[in-house]
Design a protein around this ligand. Sequence first.
Ligand SMILES: [Fe+2]
Length: 160
Amino acid sequence: MALHATRNDLGENAKKVSVTVLNGTLVDLIDLTNAVRMAHWTMKGPNFIGLHEMLERFYNELFAVGDEVAERLVQLGGTPDGTSQLVSERSRLTPYSQATTYTLDHVKELADRFASLAKSVREGIDSTDDAGDADTADLLTGLSRDLDKKVWMLEAHLQK
Ligand SMILES: [Fe+2]
């Protein structure tokens, strides 16, 4: 991986680990943002308006944190995997179906993907911290806490 020159004094290895982890996170965040928007647009069924509005908030928040993630990796000398083509090629999430319509089916599909991203972000906290980049670990820790909260808010619709 070729990094751009920067005055940031983190070690080369720490930068490479963080750029790799942040790019994986960015790609999944963009993919998940689009899945949430699809659900927001296509869902039909009970609890429609509450879910429709909650998902609008979710995708706005995912978009904002994706910006933080991309800018952090640029600060470390990296290049974001931010094009649609790269996201499609590299996302680790299960592709979202255009055919899903029922509100609670969307909630289940999204809960699976939020939990999957939460797991990889949690792994990224440890690898960036071990590599010596406490700031990236901190950014991912905030994201991790937020993803866990969203998993709870989705799952609460599915549990009795
Ligand atoms: Fe909308």
